[in-house]
Design a protein. Structure first.
Lengths: 133, 400
């Protein structure tokens, strides 16, 4: 049984989103890449938005840096003190997720690793954990 | 070249406009606010509703479960037979795109005169309580953020605009004080606008002391979720001249939309090339340059995004809008007065009506009816609206 707040999100997912989350559930972070121009896409696409070339699914290294982060006072989940935002992966792809960190401990550019969050019933999401030196 | 780039189209113009006060209208239906706006517009040129041959409407129920403001229902209440009934939805840009649709039907000769109406009454949605249907509607609306943001429970655009504001401050070394200056300036414009919701003076200290809604965005850097309605009457230039009206002519239209839903992950969060592109297309069709503009109304849903819009449009270099507004360049009497209405942060923001309120402000400026906030000899104006987190933009150039 999935979280009722996901009703329309799941109902409206297209083929690329379903494949993205199917792979996340299986433990793989992946997105589409153009076979012709080698460009990575996020979100994943049906065709390359750059050159119209065919796509192939490609795994992403689960490491990156903090790109931007914030908190929301009202939301359906992950409200403050949870921190949400965007990480830029080593391939240059930017993905949205939840940080396992307090807001004041984060800074743009900090290294993070990606992991699968399985705490929302019905979907596997992205978590970002700071890398300690 | 004509507004839409083809020589074979007719010129069209705004001949009348009207709105409610922006703020709180508890207990009233959006349709009532829409009709009040329409009545004001029609009365200003002594036009009977029966003469309209097109209705262009924006659906209501943005955040609260409501029956849509269907063009057919509006036509029935007005007792109006038409040759064009159109409903347009594209997020915050909706009513500007409804205006475009009306202009295109006029430009191609399908109709002569039409009303474009947008209205919203959702201010008290939380106070009034929500039933199961309203909550289900919240789930539906939240899904607009798409498959890669909505699953994280993001309910409004504020969090996404906050990420953009943080990047802006980081990339260009902009301080919280510099951003807080914008709402202070916009309140000074709103103080001169009798329909504006927030007309009291505030200071930078007030802005920074207000609640942090989604860091780094403070409450006073956010628009109020206002109730309000607005309407513009559009006609062919020939029809307007035949009636002896002084029309505000649409001389250029441009729009550009990224291939993203809501957040342009790939392009970054501070540049918004679609804003520049839409403005350039519109100006080129009008045969004008940015320097020619006397006045502009831009969407500016939050303080940082408004500053980035000025820059994305090319009015200032990236990172330089904060120092420009501090010098008064966008204030009344400045080089290019922007958001003389008070903008979203001070006029108020009923998103379904907002672009029509922007058109109204520029029309008042171009026809010398802006009273205490009149820009002297204003003859060329620009209106911009956006959707998503500025991942698409539409621009109209208007002239008298």
């Amino acid at each position: 049984m999935s979280d009722p707040a996901l009703k329309y999100v799941l109902r409206e997912m297209g083929a690329p989103a379903r494949e993205f989350y199917r792979r996340l559930e299986a433990g793989e972070l992946a997105t589409t890449r153009c076979e012709r121009c080698a460009r990575f896409h996020f979100p994943p696409r049906l065709l390359c938005p750059g050159c119209g070339g065919a796509i192939v699914w490609h795994p992403l290294r689960e490491r990156g840096i903090v790109y931007a982060f914030t908190q929301q006072e009202r939301g359906l989940r992950f409200t403050a003190p949870a921190v949400i935002g965007i990480v830029e992966l080593e391939e240059g792809v930017r993905v949205f997720g939840v940080f396992d960190a307090e807001y004041d401990s984060l800074a743009i550019g900090q290294p993070v690793v990606v992991h699968m969050r399985r705490d929302v019933p019905g979907i596997t999401l992205l978590g970002f954990r700071s890398v300690t030196h | 070249m004509t507004a839409f780039g083809s020589e074979r189209m007719r010129r069209c113009a705004i001949v009348a406009w009207g709105s409610t006060n922006i703020g709180r209208h508890p207990g009233r239906a959006p349709a009532e606010l829409g009709f009040e706006s329409l009545d004001r517009a029609l009365a200003s040129i002594e036009l009977d509703a029966g003469e309209l041959d097109g209705l262009f409407i924006v659906p209501q129920g943005y955040a609260r479960a409501q029956a849509p403001l269907r063009p057919q229902r509006v036509a029935e209440e007005l007792g109006l037979s038409t040759r064009a009934l159109v409903e347009v939805e594209c997020g915050g840009a909706s009513s500007l795109l409804a205006f475009k649709a009306a202009c295109q039907e006029i430009a191609t000769g399908q109709i002569e005169v039409a009303a474009v109406i947008g209205a919203q009454v959702e201010r008290r949605m939380y106070e009034l309580g929500m039933d199961e249907g309203d909550i289900d509607h919240v789930y539906l609306i939240a899904s607009m953020l798409g498959s890669y943001v909505a699953p994280y429970g993001v309910l409004t655009a504020v969090a996404c605009y906050a990420l953009s504001a943080q990047r802006y401050m980081h990339e260009y070394g902009i301080s919280a004080e510099e951003i807080a200056e914008l709402p202070v300036r916009l309140r000074r414009h709103a103080a001169l606008n009798p329909i504006a919701e927030l007309r009291d003076e505030i200071t930078v200290a007030d802005v920074l002391a207000s609640r942090v809604v989604s860091p780094p965005i403070h409450k006073l850097e956010s628009p109020p979720w206002s109730d309000g309605g607005a309407c513009v009457i559009v006609a062919s230039e020939t029809w307007a001249n035949g009636r002896g009206l002084d029309p505000v002519v649409l001389t250029g239209w441009g729009e550009a939309h990224d291939s993203s839903n809501f957040v342009a992950f790939e392009a970054g969060l501070t540049n918004f090339p679609w804003v520049r592109e839409s403005a350039q297309i519109a100006l080129e069709r009008a045969g004008r340059r940015l320097d020619d503009l006397d006045v502009a109304e831009v969407y500016g849903a939050f303080a940082a995004s408004e500053l980035m819009t000025y820059e994305a449009m090319g009015l200032f270099e990236h990172g330089e809008a904060p120092s420009a507004i501090a010098r008064g360049e966008t204030a009344l009497g400045g080089r290019i007065p922007i958001n003389t209405s008070g903008g979203r942060l001070a006029l108020g923001h009923p998103p379904q009506a907002t672009p029509l309120l922007e058109l109204q402000e520029v029309c008042e400026q171009l026809t010398g009816r802006a009273a205490a906030r009149q820009v002297e000899n204003a003859a060329i104006g620009l209106v911009q609206a956006e959707h998503g987190v500025m991942n698409g933009s539409a621009v109209a150039v208007l002239e008298v």
